[in-house]
Design a protein around this ligand. Structure first.
Ligand SMILES: CC(C)(COP(=O)(O)OP(=O)(O)OC[C@H]1O[C@@H](n2cnc3c(N)ncnc32)[C@H](O)[C@@H]1OP(=O)(O)O)[C@@H](O)C(=O)NCCC(=O)NCCS
Length: 156
């Protein structure tokens, strides 16, 4: 598997992955804007010519925010998201970000398990933040806010 920064040339592959892998996929125009946006890093995990997963990192003044991570359904639980996350943690540290932030639907058990496994802790919740997931019968969902510190502790 190789990791590569995605560019506008990868829009078709990115759109197909989103459609296959997300219950609420980003629209093509949103993906195109993300690929052209200098304040975002969009990374892809590839096997040969197949895009297996992607992750979007936004640069904030002192922090970085994971805005999306999606892995193709047929290659889940094979470590693709973990590899992408580890890479983004390294990138964010290199840029001097102090924390990596994210928000996730409270019903998204796989993503919550992933983030906890990779050192994210819950900071709080925003009630009613997300539009209803179909499986949740029309009830708006809370966002769980999570973060992971990135600063390397100084040795005394
Ligand atoms: C969440 C998601 C990105 C995980 O991708 P993945 O490549 O399957 O994750 P990994 O294989 O790297 O998993 C790493 C660890 O996360 C946890 N994890 C991941 N998926 C899990 C699941 N379905 N159930 C329980 N734990 C899970 C496990 O601890 C796993 O380690 P293990 O397999 O050794 O037990 C993937 O399920 C996905 O694309 N979901 C749809 C999109 C989404 O919800 N994105 C996040 C919000 S935007």
């Amino acid at each position: 598997m190789r990791l590569e920064r995605l560019t506008p040339a990868h829009l078709d592959a990115l759109e197909a992955l989103e459609a296959a892998g997300q219950v609420h996929p980003w629209k093509r125009a949103t993906l195109a804007r993300a690929l052209a946006d200098d304040t975002l890093d969009v990374w892809g995990a590839w096997r040969d010519a197949t895009l297996l997963g992607h992750a979007v990192l936004a640069w904030l003044p002192f922090e970085a925010e994971l805005q999306a991570i999606t892995v193709a359904p047929q290659v889940r639980r094979q470590g693709v998201a973990g590899i992408l996350l580890a890479h983004l943690v390294t990138r964010a540290r290199q840029r001097g970000a102090e924390r990596l932030l994210l928000e996730v639907r409270e019903s998204n058990a796989p993503a919550l398990a992933l983030y906890r496994r990779y050192g994210f802790d819950e900071d709080g919740r925003r009630r009613g933040y997300y539009s209803p997931a179909e499986a949740r019968g029309g009830v708006r969902e809370a966002a769980i806010l999570m973060s992971r510190p990135l600063a390397v502790r100084a040795v005394d």
